[in-house]
Design a protein around this ligand. Structure first.
Ligand SMILES: O=C(CO)[C@@H](O)[C@@H](O)COP(=O)(O)O
Length: 243
């Protein structure tokens, strides 16, 4: 069943370690056949090196396994919610890619700070709200998907224009028209998360030395007394340039 889709989703899964988006068995990719209302997903806990297309598990849109000897990814309920809520997506990726996880753990959106971001995501990538203890205990993965959908609904975001979200204190989910595009979007997300982190660090505060402190130390060492701009033509000239 769905042999061609399994091959496509298998290849998408194998791109995760190739693109440094996962460590060990973390992460998973799924892809859906909308005509049959069935999706295939990586089995839970299987090392990528050991994965075969035939290992992929077939699941219906109720989240029920219809074919497969292995357990589906533990994130299958999240994929199920997203396929039901976002009818135009064909593939979903979940990773623990470290820069995106850093924003997820901080509960921060990944802001649109550069054109790399804008090429793929029309808005900031939303950080979904944290789940309550009751939600976590009742159905962590299913409620994770609902929190993502809620973020898009409440913020009036277009899930096709911004094909990703951050799960509070867990990590990113991204999606696309198929599994391959979902992986591409996951990689772009990780790249812009890293770029954003550094941009935010660089712009967080103006921490340049004040001129008088620079004068005092520089001129004391280089033979001229500079007392906060007095009796020092160079610093006065500099001060004039500063005005
Ligand atoms: O973070 C978790 C589990 O805590 C999962 O997203 C990740 O390990 C992938 O799990 P699966 O191997 O797909 O079940």
């Amino acid at each position: 069943m769905l042999e061609e889709l399994k091959q496509e989703v298998y290849e998408a899964n194998m791109q995760l370690p190739q693109l440094d988006l996962v460590t060990f068995t973390w992460g998973n990719v799924s892809g859906i056949d909308r005509q049959q209302g069935l999706f295939v997903i990586k089995p839970s806990g299987v090392a990528y090196a050991d994965l075969k297309p035939s290992d992929l598990v077939v699941v219906n849109l109720k989240g029920e396994v219809v074919e497969g000897d292995l357990n589906p990814s533990s994130d299958t309920p999240t994929h199920t919610v997203l396929y039901n809520a976002f009818p135009n997506i064909g593939g979903i990726v979940h990773t623990h890619s470290p820069w995106a996880v850093s924003f997820a753990a901080a509960g921060l959106d990944i802001p649109a700070l550069n054109t790399t971001h804008a090429d793929t995501f029309y808005t900031a990538v939303p950080a979904a709200r944290a789940l309550t203890q009751a939600e976590i205990e009742a159905d962590y993965e299913g409620n994770t998907g609902k929190a993502i959908v809620e973020a898009f609904e409440q913020r009036h975001l277009d899930y096709e224009a911004t094909p990703a979200a951050l799960v509070s204190q867990h990590g990113p989910f991204s999606w696309g028209k198929d599994a391959g595009q979902a992986v591409y979007n996951a990689k772009v997300l990780e790249v812009v998360a890293e770029e954003d982190y550094h941009s935010l660090q660089l712009t967080r505060a103006n921490i340049e030395l004040p001129q008088y402190l620079l004068d005092k130390h520089y001129y004391r060492k280089h033979g001229q007394d500079a007392y906060y701009g007095q009796n020092n033509a160079q610093s006065q000239t500099h001060a004039q340039h500063e005005k």
